[in-house]
Design a protein. Structure first.
Length: 89
């Protein structure tokens, strides 16, 4: 079984040429060793910033990243989201 199957984000950034072979192996090794999420390892190793990772994922899903700032959430909007859903996400 390919390593990429269990690490779709790592496979995606490798496929897009955003990590080289050495970085790929280092991230994969750290993932296996620590069990940390690949998204965290990419940031910890200084390979990619969170915004860039989110853009890669969004592009792959044919969607876009939407930044929501706390001051953009009106009290009416906040009341529309059930507490259970807010905690889950």
């Amino acid at each position: 079984m390919s390593e990429d199957i269990s690490n779709p984000l790592l496979a995606l950034v490798k496929e897009q040429g955003l990590v080289d072979d050495l970085q790929y192996e280092e991230v994969l090794g750290e993932f296996k060793r620590s069990g940390k999420p690949v998204i965290q390892i990419l940031q910890d190793f200084g390979i990619m910033e969170l915004d860039d990772i989110l853009e890669v994922i969004a592009n792959h899903l044919s969607t876009e990243v939407v930044k929501v700032r706390e001051n953009e959430l009106t009290p009416e909007l906040v009341k529309m989201v059930p507490a259970k859903t807010a905690r889950m996400y």
